[in-house]
Write a protein that binds this ligand. Sequence first.
Ligand code: E4P
Length: 272
Amino acid sequence: MKIFIDSADLDEIEQGYAWGVVDGVTTNPSLLKKAVEKRVKAGEKVDLKKYITRVLEVAKGTPVSLEVTEFTAEKMIDQAKRLYAIFNPVADNVVVKIPVNPAFKSSDTTHFDGIRAIRELTAGGIPVNTTLIFTPEQALLAAKAGAKFLSPFAGRIDDDLRGRSNMKFDKSAYYPASGMTVEGKTLEDNGIVSGVDLVEQCVEIVNTYGFDAEVLAASLRNPRQVREAALAGAHVATLPFGVIKDMLKHHKTYEGMELFTADIVPEYEEIK
Ligand code: E4P
């Protein structure tokens, strides 16, 4: 499974690449806002074009997703082409992020604009990461339209399931892949019992029909969820920096280090 870093923070991205475990970057408007605000707060004047250029250079050889901010097919296509034309020459690694459905509510008429944009962009050679996927059927349509990456949002499904049943929860808290039962009923969203279940169903569709798309498990909030996404066959997982760091932590590893260190015989260290 490939690991992408879900961040627009240059310090985090540089560190992740320096560790040698990062295979790509995903950004979104919220992550970009957070990263820029951090630098502005530290007294820096941020030139966004230069900043994104630096992210692309650090990630050279691996894909970086840049999200569109428009809502209609025509405008998303225009913006995607513009972003690609400006930034892809930097390191030939831009992937444009398109929402699977850019509508804000059910009565909007733009439901298929994401799919139309994916189709046109991929036909023109611009790779697309489809974002905001919450159902396997959305993933199926995006795959049919030619998307390179399909991003099911696991954590936000778990938030929704817990939120709808009025649970108090911490977003980073583990939510079981097999779902949760409240008063004898498994919480579910139209047959999806957890974020990892959503990922697993997307993977099954892609693999069953041999789509040329990769399921990019997104909105992952803790190491156990990453493990379950990996076991579900996700081709990629995009992870916040903190989750990447937490993946190495275990109290028995720390304890083992202390015990082994206490037992080192001087002769062993003196071997030349
Ligand atoms: C990925 O591309 C998404 O933008 C991201 O994983 C969303 O994560 P969140 O639900 O934790 O904000």
